[in-house]
Write a protein of this length. Structure first.
Length: 255
């Protein structure tokens, strides 16, 4: 018997990286997963990898109407929504002197507004069915600041406190909805690969080896390391856990 048997889950950003790993592990543990992403090719490939009854749906997390449609159609087709994993995210490397307003708006639209809209849509669907679990993928950068990631830190800190506010609201309203955040350090994903390849990263001499040396456990995390934490928070194993932040960073923030 799987840890989330019979549950219906939506995972955003599931075409690659942490989102794809979450979708794969949730499916392995018995959930029916709606894979969502704005990357059509990657999302379709991720759903095909899972096979039936798992499906793909295109979703721009910054679009309120798209969120309403995705959640409503999931409930209509599958009967309910038990799990939402807000894993869609983007990152840039820039300090406060070099970050631009366009960068601020773009990163916060996906990381902050996308998570806000997802939580709002999920609460609307879950509150009348007796509960559910929302898991927001934040970052260790939402807890411990980095001088070269001003915009990203701000966006992920917003996710951290939004999560707690959602958790308190749902608990006090008696909805049975839990909301928690996961805080990875650098994880081996296409997003991190792109950051390391960016000119701004090269100018600072940022390399995979430097990232590995910074982590007490001596390595960059894998997407499955985060996915296992997400499945725990999605399952009844964490039934008394809400408003929590689960750090998955190899000890980086323990210093």
């Amino acid at each position: 018997m799987g840890r989330v048997d019979g549950r219906i889950a939506i995972v955003t950003g599931a075409a690659s990286g942490i989102g794809r790993a979450c979708a794969r592990l949730l499916a392995r543990e018995g959930a029916t997963v709606v894979v969502t992403d704005r990357d059509l090719g990657g999302g379709q490939a991720a759903a095909a990898e899972l096979g039936a009854p798992h499906t793909f749906r295109a979703l721009d997390v910054t679009d309120p109407a798209a969120w309403a449609s995705a959640v409503d159609e999931t409930v209509r087709a599958l009967g309910r929504l038990d799990i939402l994993v807000n894993a869609a995210g983007i990152a840039t490397l820039n300090d406060i002197e070099h970050a631009t307003l366009d960068e601020w708006r773009r990163v916060n639209a996906v990381n902050g507004e996308g998570t806000f809209l997802g939580c709002q849509a999920a609460v609307r669907a879950m509150k009348g069915q007796g509960g559910g679990s929302i898991v927001n993928v934040s970052s260790v950068a939402g807890i411990v600041a980095d001088p070269d990631m001003a915009v990203y830190c701000a966006s992920k800190a917003a996710v951290r406190l939004l999560t707690k506010s959602v958790a308190l609201h749902a608990a006090r309203a008696g909805y049975g909805i839990r909301c928690n955040s996961v805080h990875p350090a650098f994880i081996a994903t296409p997003m991190v690969d792109a950051m390391l390849a960016a000119p701004s990263a090269g100018a600072r001499g940022l390399t995979r080896q430097k990232l590995e040396r910074a982590v007490p456990l001596g390595r960059i995390g894998e997407a499955d390391d985060v996915a296992h934490a997400v499945v725990y928070l999605a399952s009844d194993e964490s039934r008394f856990v809400t408003g929590a932040e689960l750090v998955v960073d190899g000890g980086l923030s323990a210093r």
